[in-house]
Structure formats: C-alpha cells, structure tokens
Design a protein around this ligand. Sequence first.
Ligand code: KMH
Ligand code: ZN
Length: 285
Amino acid sequence: MAVSGKPDRGAPATLITVAPTGAEVDKSAVPALPVTLEELVTTAKECQLAGAAVIHVHIRGADAKPTLDIGRLTDTVRALRESTDLIVQLSTGGAVTDSFERRLAVLDASPDACSLTCGTVNFGDDVFMNPWGFMAELYAKTQSLGVVPEFELFDFGHIAALHRLLAEFGPPAGGHVHCDLVMGVPGGMPGNAATLVQAVAALPPGATWSATGIGRTALPVLFAALAAGGHLRVGMEDTVTFARGRPVASNAELVERAAGAAALAQRPAMTPAAARELLGVPDHR
Ligand code: KMH
Ligand code: ZN
C-alpha cells in the first residue's frame, strides 16, 4: 500500500527514471555530463542496462548550452527509440530562460512522454515560471497529441494546482496520473522524509509517484521514497556528487545505486515494458 492508502499500480517493482543532463550544469565544470547526441545515447544504453525504464531528456546545442531546437529534439527522440527501449520523456521545463512558446513546441518532437510542472517556483536566484494559463495550454496539448505527462511537483501549491488541472480538464493521455516530487530545490519543498510523506498524502487518489532529491538531498529522498512505496528518479540533472568529495562518474552509477537500493527493499527495478503498462505509454516504435 502507498502512503496515500491506495494500492500501488505495478508494485512491487520500482520505476527508475534517469535525468542525465538537465539545463543547469555546465559541461566545462562537469566533463562527465552527457551533452552530445552520441553521449546521450551511450548514457541511455548504460542506464537501461543498469535498471532505468524512463529517460527525462534535456538537450544541448553544439556549444553544450541548453536548447529547445525542434530539429535536435526530434533527432534525439528518434535516436533514443532506435537504440533503447526506454520511455522517452522530453522536458517541457527547459531552462529558466526559455519562452512558453518554445516550451510548448517541445511536444511537436513527438515524444512518448513529457514533464509538466504544476506551478511557478523560486529556483535558486532565478524563477521557474509555470503560470496557470501556460500549464493549462500545455496540458491540453498533451491530451490532443497523446503525449503522456508526468506532473512535476516542486512544492505543495503545485499539488493543489494538479488537483485543479485534473478537475477542469479531465484525465491525462494514457489515463493514469503519475507525479514526480522534485525535492530540495532552493525555493521549493525541502528534501526530507517528513515532507515526502506529507506530499504523498496530498496526491490525487490512485496516482503513482516518484521522487528525486536535488544535490545533497538525493539519498534521504531516495530512501524515503522506497520506504513509502514510491518510485525513483536519479541522474546528473539532479546531483553531480556521488558521495562527499567524490563527483559522479556517470549517470549509470546513479541508476545502479538506485537499483541496488530498490532490490534491497525487495522492489527491484521495473522493465521499460512494465513501465509502459503502468504509465499507459504506447510503444511508438
Ligand atoms: N530546468 C528547470 C528550470 C523539467 O524538466 O520539466 C526545469 C526542469 C523541469 O528541469
Ligand atoms: Zn528536467
């Protein structure tokens, strides 16, 4: 049983999402960060072998800076589908500097799934903007294109906005609500077990959820999520430190660690096929 009192669909296996790149980390500061298409595909293959079922994708341009170029996004979706079985989830969050228009256009690259953040949040010294009108338009576009959204929740107000979205516009593509608690962002909810339990209790009935802890909250959130019956997201988008004083060498080692913890919890990593069934994501290949 989940903390919400609802049975977990697909339990006891653990859905592991890898977020390998993000939009915030600089390649010059973290050489192991995958930024080219070749690096991303190699990482994706390694992470699937290590136990990942979903890949949350931000891409970079030739200058290694974040981009939402639609041609590059389309090529990325194609290459990941050709080389792996992973569910390809494109970020619609992009970087804090990306326009709403470009973030909406991400869906034109025809991914399996996408992230959909349920509200604005302070993001370090920046602001990650997700006003109601944008969220609603993005949600309607996921429904009309059949792209399965994952609801990104950085704070408690985002959970209230998710309830409103579902009440006003109905169920998502795929018919199942899956959320990701993004914890420990400076400006969002803290990454600890008490907060996680409270957040999970407030989710819509029947929803499944994963959690990720940013930076040094990665491990407390991972263990709390497993204990509370949730799924996991890990990757260099969220943490670039494996242990005190030891940088992450690869995304695969973060997935391996998550899969090992899940196995210890008697909830081994879920296959991509089982994840498609859980989330209602069709195989477009
Ligand atoms: N890069 C952050 C501003 C998402 O991918 O949907 C937003 C983010 C969320 O990473
Ligand atoms: Zn992201």
